[in-house]
Design a protein around this ligand. Structure first.
Ligand code: VGL
Ligand code: ZN
Length: 212
């Protein structure tokens, strides 16, 4: 990846979950979460194609610790589809916490993809829900628009960005994670686990400066 790389018409920037609840002051704050906003705003000017994702849960979502008596955020429960970390209530449909950070400026984005709306399935990836089987439709959207290279930025690196990257690669896209345009939640070593998972898969980590 050269230092003067400019995105072309097969490239799409996916801006993951830059929402108030994932920023300082929100319900599930990602440390330094709002720091990605100016980086993404600058990056966005380089892309002709941008998709924005929005975590969008019903108020009684299964991933909320509040739905499981005696459980706390960060506890892990056995879901039908495997282990599920429990979270504080966050990104509830229609609330201010679910809105995008007010300084996020990507008016040229052509699609807003909402995920996590099935009450009993969490959805980290922008492509598949956590059961690994329920598609969001994003693969079809990208393919129909002949977009082949996926660039990822946003929150949180160790959950939604990580699983979006893995699914995008599995679907056959070339995947790049713009590391300084992401921040991690980092529960129980999840940031390092995400880092090595992506590295082992050969998913390329780049920095925003590549687009300077
Ligand atoms: C996310 C935890 C729960 C994310 C969403 O956007 O990374 N993490 N819901
Ligand atoms: Zn969520």
């Amino acid at each position: 990846m050269g230092a003067h790389m400019i995105a072309c018409d097969t490239d799409v920037l996916i801006v993951v979950d830059v929402q108030n609840d994932f920023c300082p002051g929100g319900r599930l704050p990602v440390p330094g979460g709002s720091d990605v906003v100016p980086v993404i705003n600058r990056l966005a000017g380089r892309f002709a194609n941008i998709v924005v994702t929005q975590d969008w849960h019903p108020h009684n979502h299964f991933s909320f610790a509040s739905m499981h008596p005696g459980k706390q955020p960060n506890d892990i429960i056995a879901a039908p589809y495997g282990p599920q970390i429990l979270w504080p209530d966050h990104c509830v449909q229609g609330t201010s916490g679910a809105q995008f950070h007010e300084s996020l400026c990507v008016p040229q984005a052509t699609m807003i993809l909402r995920k996590g709306f099935h009450r009993t399935i969490d959805s980290y990836s922008a492509f598949y829900e956590n059961d690994r089987q329920t598609p969001t439709g994003l693969t079809g959207y990208l393919r129909e628009r002949s977009l082949t290279r996926v660039f990822l930025a946003g929150l949180a690196f160790d959950f939604c960005v990580r699983y979006s990257a893995e699914d995008a690669q599995r679907a056959g896209f070339s995947v790049f994670v713009i590391e300084d345009a992401c921040r991690s939640i980092d529960v129980d070593g999840s940031a390092e686990a995400a880092q090595s998972a992506l590295q082992n898969l050969g998913i390329q980590a780049i920095v925003a400066g590549h687009f300077a």
